[in-house]
Design a protein around this ligand. Sequence first.
Ligand code: WT7
Length: 567
Amino acid sequence: MKMLAPLAGKHNVTDFEALCKSFEWSHMEREFSWFTTGKVNAAYEAVDRHAENPAKSDQLALIYQDGDTEEKWTFAQLKNRSNQAANMLKSLGVTKGDRVFLFMPRCPDFYASFFGILKNGAVAGPLFEAFMEQAVEDRLKDSGAKVLITTAELLPRVKRENLPDLKEIIVLDCEPADDLHDYEKLMNAASTAFEPVWLDKEDGMLLHYTSGSTGKPKGVYHAHRAMIQHYATGKWVLDLQESDVYWCTADPGWVTGTSYGIFGPWLNGATNVIAGGRFTPEAWYKMIEKHKVTVWYTAPTALRKLAAAGDEVAHSFDLSSLRHVLSVGEPLNPEIIYWAEEVYGKRIHDTWWMTETGAMLIVNHPTLPIKPGAMGKPIPGVEAAIIDDAGNVLPPHQSGNLAVKAGWPSMMKTIWGNQEKFDSYFINGWYVSGDSAKMDEDGYFWFEGRLDDVINTSGKLVGPFEVESKLIEHPAVTEAAVIGKPDEERGEIIKAFITLDKGHLDSIELREEIRLFIKKGLSAHAAPREIEIVSSIPKTRSGKIMRRLLRAKELGLPLGDTSTLEE
Ligand code: WT7
């Protein structure tokens, strides 16, 4: 097995194995104010604490770049602006525990609003800006969102008539109609002074919706205590120093964009680069060159696109500021690690975790040798294992369920409104991830695949049920089944099998129309790239779609057990 040497230079943690042996999470609590006061607010720890420190208040907290638009905020400015947002929300009646959603593109005011929500003790629900009507409605409805902050452009996707709990909508970038609120106006009228609502570390902070193999997306509910692990992994794994210029490429509509686009960097007092606009290799490299990014957290799909753009593009930018590069979300191909080593002179450090786990659990720590293709080892304070379906721990080199011993700080509180679903994640005190993996003799974990039907396309999880439900709303579609199909660049693409209603004939135009129907109804990343018309959908006798069978057929694999197949 080829091993790559650890990252050169000095790190926050020099002896990872020793830390793993001695570490307890309670040690880390001492670093926060609640150790003495008993009360917490993650917004205070991430922003106000630095703003109140004369040595840090004028340091840049945020550098925002979208095309030629550039904005820079110090920690003091971020504190003031988020206090204004907190006062704005308070004036509209937001109180502890209310769900306040953010549906807007990445911009500095997203972050001000986000912290404004937390400062009121309310729960933030960030929505990915590419979500369309149905996706937006499902999330706002399930969470019982009371207030929404959005933009004039995205507002038409919010069907207010279906959302009785939604009391107030605040709109950026325009003078809205009478029953809506003008963001700028409210913000300008709001004071820059606000005393955060002091909370218990178990109090709710964040709702992120994620896809499962059955049902609509589920609301993964996180508590303020998660910040201990955001801070710890920011320090140990991202290796952040206060002088770092850090860039996480994920949108805050996804968990990576909050845990590591907000908390990891700011709890550690680093300068956080925020990129608006669309991905192009040139724009991304320019971001690193211009702002002298030192630590970069990105995803395999993006790295594969950058590799496909060619070495010359990379070489035409000065990327010498980079000292540490990390990846998350999908299997990181060894070829990409070798490519990055050659072209960037940097090795990519893979990390594994999930929306539900709230923060990194298995990582390539900077001081550990990298085994290309492995996700790394558990962080200090975390025990991971491969277990069988009965909850027994399996020996090294055997495939099974990747599981983590319950009890790490950033573990979700529950699934919103569905405690039963939450409970179903556990067996014998182990959290069962839904991934299959192996562990080797050195304790490194190797990802094998997902054990459910959830599709991972370009690092975004898509639940087949959600796409199937939308497909059958199209007048031409009677039944639908959706699978993931391996793809070089995107990891997987979505393929839909549909049966047509009488009176509709297969045509390229019809398939394109159906694809656009999903794109407009759910989101671009959920739209099937391939649609095949079939005469029937394989189902079990109890009526469950047998996606496994369709997938095996599509990939030319053995069909496996078909005893439950309906006649
Ligand atoms: C699923 C979780 C939390 C980060 C963003 C994704 C897959 C995640 C890796 C990795 C192979 C990975 C797993 C996991 N995944 N990281 N390093 N190697 N697969 O969060 O949307 O909740 O997805 O992403 O299948 O279960 P998510």
